[in-house]
Ligand binder design. Structure first.
Ligand SMILES: NC(=O)c1ccc[n+]([C@@H]2O[C@H](COP(=O)([O-])OP(=O)(O)OC[C@H]3O[C@@H](n4cnc5c(N)ncnc54)[C@H](OP(=O)(O)O)[C@@H]3O)[C@@H](O)[C@H]2O)c1
Length: 290
């Protein structure tokens, strides 16, 4: 009989919004027949993170899911700030002590207000959404065990068509694009904004959208790496839909549990998702063109 190894999941930006619902629904949907699962709820602020952990445990009480009620799920808090290099290294160390990771869900992101656009907004948005997520992936991807999953929460506003330049669209979607070339494209955006020529060069006046274009391209690069390594690691990006959160605003039609549906599907589905080509962009549990 195989030893019963505890599965490990980690969700970024999980103290509120869609990330919070992803942690709760991972716990609720994880089969009681499976090996134990530890979910690391990560947040950049320890107080907000601990408070969310307490709240989630309260919500799951009496459901016989959690370890202290003889269930097979444990939830723990870890501090992780995408723009704090040391916090990423600390998380890596903890996961090394756990002997790896099975599900990584990159959910944390920021979005500036509508119409806010200048070089500072571009730099801060890319620092969190693109470079922070890339740094975390670089550090944690090698720890993902065979049959693991890497899910990036992206957005439909990160579709290629938001780039008005066909050349940029072609570059971002190149089948052999590597990480250094992708960073080069993101730097070009930053430089073009700084030099006041971003519109002429075919970029939108939307830092958040470009950060998600970058995330979608990054997803494909990690998917190709996974395929070439043959460890059967699934890598996908998805849009949660328009969700009522601090980011999505109060008028959004979906609640956070509905927003968590596709990420949870990608993290846990045992049939449809593994049969799909790696590195796809998903919405409403379906692959859609990027
Ligand atoms: N809501 C929507 O309609 C919608 C639509 C499409 C895609 N999305 C995507 O879905 C994901 C979740 O969005 P949401 O609506 O749930 O947003 P949210 O309510 O604003 O939550 C964002 C989370 O990210 C965390 N975060 C921000 N900067 C961070 C950093 N540097 N390090 C670590 N964590 C950080 C926040 O922490 P703090 O609480 O400390 O700020 C918070 O936990 C994002 O990737 C977003 O782009 C959302």
């Amino acid at each position: 009989m195989e030893p019963c190894v505890t599965k490990i999941a980690l969700v970024t930006g999980a103290n509120k919004g869609i990330g919070y619902a992803i942690v709760r629904n991972l716990a609720l949907r994880y089969s009681s027949d499976n090996p134990p699962l530890t979910i690391f709820l990560t947040a950049r602020d320890p107080n907000r993170g601990q408070e969310s952990l307490r709240k989630i445990k309260q919500e799951l009480k009496s459901k016989q899911i959690l370890k202290d009620e003889n269930g097979n799920v444990d939830i723990k808090f870890l501090r992780m700030d995408l723009i704090d290099e040391q916090s990423i290294k600390d998380v890596k160390q903890i996961l090394e002590n756990e002997n790896g990771l099975d599900i990584l869900i990159n959910n944390a992101a920021i979005a500036s207000g509508i119409g806010e656009f200048d070089i500072n907004v571009v730099r801060s948005t890319l620092a969190t959404n693109f470079y922070g997520t890339l740094n975390l992936c670089n550090q944690l991807y090698p720890l993902i065990r065979p049959n693991g999953r890497l899910i990036n929460i992206s957005s439909s506003v990160g579709m290629l068509k938001i780039l008005s330049s066909p050349e940029l669209q072609k570059e971002f979607s190149r089948e052999d694009l590597d990480i250094d070339e992708l960073i080069g494209l993101m730097k070009k955006f930053e430089n073009d904004v700084e030099n006041n020529q971003w519109i002429k060069e075919g970029w939108p006046s939307k830092a958040y959208s470009v950060s998600k274009v970058g995330l979608n391209a990054m997803t494909k690069i990690f998917a190709r790496r996974a395929d070439s390594e043959g460890k059967n690691i699934l890598v996908h990006a998805c849009c949660p839909g328009w969700v009522a959160t601090d980011m999505g605003g109060p008028n959004a039609p979906r609640n956070i549990d509905q927003g968590a549906e596709t990420p949870i599907y990608l993290a846990l589905d045992e049939n449809v998702v593994p049969e799909t080509k790696n590195g796809e962009f998903w919405r409403n549990k379906q692959v859609v063109p990027w």
